[in-house]
Ligand binder design. Sequence first.
Ligand code: CTP
Length: 403
Amino acid sequence: MGKGKNILLCVSGGIAVYKAAALTSKLAQAGYEVKVIMSQSAMEFVQPLTFQALSRNDVYFDTFDEKDSSVIAHIDLADWADLVLLAPATANAIGKLANGIADNMLTTVLLAATSPVWIAPAMNVHMYDHPAVKKNIQTLSDWGYGFIEPSEGFLACGYVGKGRLEEPENIVKLVDAHFRPGQGGLLAGKKVLVTAGPTVEQLDPVRYFSNKSTGKMGYAIAEKAAEMGAEVTLVSGPTHLAPPHGISLVSVETALEMHEAVTGRFPEQDLVIKSAAVADYKPAETFEHKVKKQDGMLSVPMERTPDILKSLGEQKQHQILIGFAAETQSVDLYAKKKLEAKNLDMIVSNNITAEGAGFGTETNLVTFHFKDGSRRDLPLLSKKEVAKELLIEARRLLEGRFQ
Ligand code: CTP
């Protein structure tokens, strides 16, 4: 699987270093070439010799220990890597990277890296929740670093919560999916188009109409679909999110641009998931210059934008079509109406006034409604978990398509 691909594993110091040893072993078994860099504190937990034996390569921990005089080790290692993994990533290592500090071999190489860098945090639940750590993670995420979220469970410090390093076998699956999109996985060989975020409808050079969508749900779906082996196109309105790894991003602003981007790509898709919050109206006129204020009230004539999902429903042939219905009242009723009116296979409804659901939150409380009238109510889940459940249903619908 991993033949010809170089993974640089940066190990910072926490109890989860032992899992990094298992990760090294599993990556090497999968055929990846693995080189390991350790921080001083990582070496307090496990000897470099362990990583050397498992990776069958030298282990690096000293910026000034130049093993090969023809190259500068930290630059050479950074250039060598096709993918850099920081696992486990301590609060300290994350903090240094987010602030440009390069005071040892590990952090120096991280700053010099030009290939994708994925960070797998592992720490105490309260440390993970600390505003400083959250801010650093957000900064790195905004700069395009990938994150492998820690899972929940028993932590070595005795607490139960979020902070456990993701299991090595799952990290290997993510790495495999990154290098071999479309092979293996629940959605292997499937073409999936996801829309996300808001649309922005300009009134004049400084003002626009938009909505509160942040794109988190759609980006989570795109990321999970890629992890499941799909070939993913993400058509996104403006968001502050870093695009997930291994997907094709098409950036749009307006409902009309989204309509064009989605319609043109529709015929070859197997599955389309429309989680974008598309503006239903746009200003009838977009002014070239800033509109000046006047006395009294202002009316802005608005005209309808195309209903993208409805037009896909009318055109659909073999595709599975999934829509979203974010409502504030009569959720089931409106969701079922949209399912039928737009000729969908499934609609995901949520009451955006419920706690933990809706725009900008990390979680969502949703119900899946199907064409045959059946439904599935999910508990409050992270948007990534909702994405996973949604894609499992999508896979089932794709299978049914051929029956
Ligand atoms: N949608 C779309 N194009 C639009 C409006 C909505 O493709 N112009 C899609 C959304 O991406 C979503 C679904 O239709 O998957 C439902 O969107 P929503 O805004 O909840 O419903 P509307 O159809 O706009 O109906 P209403 O405004 O009456 O609630």
